[in-house]
Design a protein around this ligand. Structure first.
Ligand code: NAD
Length: 484
């Protein structure tokens, strides 16, 4: 194994798991690169004790003091970017440049957290003669964050810097498929001077996630992963009276109008459906071509053929994922859809055991087909056709998901119409991956997110703090007659 077995990280120390281990594969060549512990709930209890204990002093530090650690952490992310990038690429399978973009995004997220002191000063108003009402924000307590495989460095950093700068302490439960990057973040936080116990990692699977939901020492849960599990976690954590914000899966629609700029649309659509091997919750998965768009589809195929597995296209996460994605393609073909670019059976020379699926473009998909409705999570674009924008919007609106939707057109009016009518939390106009950058927040609608507020940006402050309203009167001569 290239890397030693991963351990839990509790109170600044490495602690092994207690229920065995799982192998960690590199999707690039299918080799086993490490092992991850399956921890029991007794390990989680230790992490909760450590986080609760650390909360006592960490939450008492002024925010301007807490933020100093994150200036250092930001610089350490930058200094170690090369190393972090290679690790993401190795354990997740994405290309070097995609992994680098993820690390750069973590830096941006941390920079945003460093601006928190400017954003969380409270509010004050004289509400009656001589009476002042003031609002102060307090940390919630211990926040647990459960993360998916597709962004091993970035998604933990959606919650981590904001939660900790705001005075909370944390337990991270990373995806068991990509545990290595999470532990590197713990190393950097320690090096940046974060006190022991403020940030902890517990590795494991379903059992640990359920224990997180049930543990009374945890006050809030953020979850990012599939909708199936997001629903379970949201229902279970809130039934145990915790606050929860659970981000789920997606089926993002791109509505392409005949007046769209051909070159820009084709390269953005191809990049959106194939970036990170299609394993982005913001990936273009379904395109609805409105009217005469054959010339744009031709160009999309031309762009897709330039995307080569093992060169500018990474691997998907596992053998099972590769099989699942290829089955979706085969089933669509059997149901009458037309495969324009076929990525099945992709082999990369020298990496024959890697988990690769080539870029795939499928035309004449019908809205009722499985591939049109379900999240494929691979480099596959399903194209549906419609006569009008309203018909395209009907298809988009019928999806239970609602993470992102995009429109490609040169008409301001048409783009405004789609932006208003699409049922999604993040809209792109001539943008294939409309991720809002800081300080704007990230979050979808419908079954792509359960809970109130978004997970990053200014919106995260509401989730990560609780407010106290303090009403004060000092001077009897002000003769206030109704604030007794
Ligand atoms: P997943 O739901 O399988 O796993 C997510 C986390 O939940 C992991 O830590 C995993 O260990 C845990 N888990 C898995 N099964 C569980 C169960 N039955 N009970 C309790 N916990 C369980 O997701 P994944 O395959 O790691 O990630 C891909 C999914 O994440 C896709 O659906 C993608 O759209 C979604 N995602 C969404 C966003 C977003 O912002 N909405 C961002 C990234 C990924």
């Amino acid at each position: 194994m290239k890397y030693p077995a991963v351990s839990n990280f509790i109170n600044g120390e490495l602690i092994p798991g207690s229920n065995g281990v799982l192998d960690v594969y590199s999707p690039i060549d299918g080799t086993i690169i490490s092992q991850v512990p399956i921890s029991s709930s007794s390990i989680l209890n230790k992490a909760v004790d450590s986080a609760r204990d650390a909360f006592k002093s960490w939450s008492q530090k002024p925010i301007k003091e807490r933020v100093q650690v994150f200036f250092k952490y930001r610089n350490l992310l930058e200094e170690n970017a090369e190393d972090l990038t290679n690790l993401v690429s190795e354990e997740n399978g994405k290309t070097y440049s995609e992994a680098k973009a993820e690390v750069l995004k973590s830096i941006e997220l941390t920079e945003f957290a460093c601006s928190m002191p400017q954003l969380v000063s409270g509010e004050v108003l004289e509400v009656s003669k001589g009476v002042e009402c003031r609002i102060e924000k307090f940390p919630v307590g211990v926040i647990a964050s459960i993360t998916p495989f597709n962004f091993p460095n970035m998604v933990p950093n959606w919650t981590l810097p904001n939660a900790l700068v705001l005075g909370n302490t944390m337990i991270l439960k990373p995806s068991e498929q990509v545990p290595l990057s999470a532990n590197r973040l713990a190393d950097l936080l320690k090096e940046a001077g974060l006190p022991d116990g403020v940030f902890n990692i517990v590795h494991g699977q379903k059992e640990i996630v359920e224990a997180i939901c049930d543990n009374p020492g945890i006050d809030g849960v953020t979850f990012v992963g599939s909708t199936k599990v997001a629903k379970i976690v949201y229902a279970r954590a809130t039934s145990k009276l915790k606050r929860a914000l659970c981000l789920g899966g997606a089926k993002n629609h791109l509505i392409v109008l005949p007046d769209a700029n051909v070159e820009m649309t084709a390269s953005d659509v191809a990049a959106s459906m194939s970036g990170c091997a299609g394993q982005r919750c913001m990936a273009a998965s379904a395109m609805v071509g409105v009217g005469a768009v054959d010339h744009i589809i031709e160009k999309i195929c031309e762009e897709a053929r330039k995307i080569i597995p093992g060169e500018n296209l990474g691997a998907v996460i596992s053998k099972a994922a590769k099989e699942r994605i290829e089955n979706y393609i085969t089933e669509a073909e059997q149901q009458g859809a037309k495969i324009l670019v076929d990525g099945r059976n992709a082999i990369v020379k020298g990496k024959e055991n890697g988990f690769y699926v080539g870029p795939t473009v499928i035309d004449f998909v019908k809205p009722g087909m499985k591939i049109a409705k379900e999240e494929v999570f691979g480099p596959v674009l399903s194209i549906m056709r419609s006569e009008t924008i309203d018909e395209a919007l009907e298809i988009e609106n019928s999806s239970p998901y609602g993470n992102a939707a995009s429109v490609f057109t040169q008409s301001g009016g048409a783009s405004r119409y789609v932006a208003e009518k699409a049922s999604a939390g993040m809209i792109g106009v001539n943008i294939g991956v409309p991720v809002p950058r800081e300080p704007f927040s990230f979050g979808g609608w419908n079954e792509s997110m359960f809970g109130v507020g978004d997970i990053t940006g200014k919106s995260s402050i509401e989730f990560l703090t609780k407010s106290k309203k303090i009403t004060t009167k000092w001077n009897p001569e002000s003769k206030t007659n109704w604030m007794s």
